[in-house]
Ligand binder design. Structure first.
Ligand SMILES: Nc1nc2c(ncn2[C@@H]2O[C@H](COP(=O)(O)OP(=O)(O)OP(=O)(O)O)[C@@H](O)[C@H]2O)c(=O)[nH]1
Ligand SMILES: [Mg+2]
Ligand SMILES: [Zn+2]
Length: 356
């Protein structure tokens, strides 16, 4: 059987049922050695070798191309995997059991219990984003300007999923001569993160060695997901950590003016020192209607904490008297931006509930 290269088929398939696509703009050269090291299945593999022998293999989902997925087995071989029913619902980072149905295709038999799972909703439904993450890295930059709302939504999703979040503020070179602007950004990030999250101030292009050293230290022996709006430097960061990844990066103006994102699929890359990093397309929206009201309040422990001190147990923190939340915002102990986002998300939940 011909063994495929390491092309994960980043191009869109014409038919979801055909084999992994051969054409790709993003050719990943993952040494099988690295994949082997990175893929530590908890389920033992009974056999390996002949894929037509009806045996089961353990594999890690390493790429998502919309409706189809690529998984890598412990030998470093890539499979295009398909599931039926619930088994169709896999995410990059999942550990799965597969049985080969062709030289490069396999059925998903089981999805191993996840440590965590990050979701993202669009207008129609919730989507699985990535699973079994040790950390999410949100990449922000001064240019193009980052959206505080998307930052808040990412914080909320990670808090809900129980995944630690770290922020990279990139393109520091563009704001060196504007200390006031930088101060404003520092205040904004402190406000959103409540001073509780690591924030790394980097310039990936001006000081790449420093950035690489710091981020290698943060990401070694971890599975991480890199999130951020288009043009922030997600792929640039991954290329720095894993030169073999050779990801396409693009001039911001090109990427934004064409309305296209440079990265179009979610894909895991394997580096030295146990780095397993997932690149993702830039997001412009981050729906959270998969959370219910309780989830939402739990994701805002600051608001929840002050809320316990309101006079009325069911205080909505609007016009009620003796509202500890309103008082805390007035006194600068609680972030008004966070409270506004909480209300916006609550309103979205109510709207989504009325629609279905
Ligand atoms: N000035 C400056 N430019 C940078 C820096 N880091 C990255 N860039 C540039 O920003 C542009 C966008 O970088 P990408 O890595 O493609 O951004 P991305 O977040 O992967 O974008 P999408 O794939 O569209 O989501 C490229 O032209 C990079 O060269 C930096 O530290 N300073
Ligand atoms: Mg990219
Ligand atoms: Zn209140």
């Amino acid at each position: 059987m011909a063994k495929r290269g390491n092309n994960l088929g980043a191009g869109k398939p014409k038919h979801a049922s055909t084999g992994p696509t051969q054409s790709s703009n993003h050719v990943e050269k993952t040494p099988s050695q690295k994949a082997k090291e990175a893929n530590r299945p908890e389920t033992p593999i009974s056999q390996s070798g002949n894929p037509a022998g009806g045996q089961k293999l353990s594999a890690r989902v390493v790429a998502s191309h919309g409706r189809h997925f690529v998984a890598t087995d412990t030998e470093g071989k890539h499979w295009q995997v398909f599931g039926k029913g619930k088994r169709r619902e896999v995410a990059v980072g999942d550990v799965i059991q597969i049985s080969p149905s062709g030289p490069e295709q396999a059925w998903i038999d089981a999805i191993q219990e996840r440590k965590n799972l990050l979701y993202r909703s669009d207008a129609l439904r919730s989507k699985l984003f990535a699973a079994n993450l040790d950390v999410v890295i949100l990449v922000l930059a001064a240019s193009p300007p980052y959206s505080p709302e998307l930052l808040g939504r990412t914080l909320t999703a990670c808090e809900n999923a129980g995944i630690p979040l770290e922020i990279v503020f990139n393109k520091l070179d563009l704001v060196h001569d504007d200390p006031e602007f930088l101060e404003h950004i520092r205040d904004d990030l402190d406000d959103w993160t409540m001073g509780e999250m690591p924030i790394h101030w980097l310039s990936l292009t001006e000081a790449p060695e420093d950035a690489c050293e710091l981020m290698t230290d943060r990401l070694k022996n971890k599975t991480s997901l890199i999130l951020g709006q288009s043009g922030m430097g997600k792929s640039t960061l991954i290329n720095l950590l894993i030169p073999d990844a050779k990801l396409a990066t693009n001039e911001v103006s090109l990427a934004l003016n064409s309305g296209k994102h440079t990265t179009t699929n979610t894909q895991m890359h394997f580096g030295d020192e146990g780095i397993q990093v997932i690149d993702s397309p830039g997001f412009q929206a981050f729906g959270l209607h998969h959370l219910n009201e309780k989830d939402l309040l739990d994701a805002f422990p600051d608001i929840k904490g002050f809320g316990l001190r309101c006079r009325f147990d069911d205080c909505k923190h609007r016009e009620e008297p003796s509202c500890a939340v309103k008082d805390a915002i007035e006194e600068g102990e609680l972030s008004g931006s966070r409270f506004d986002l909480y209300n916006l998300l609550l309103a979205e939940l109510e709207e989504a509930r009325q629609q279905y």
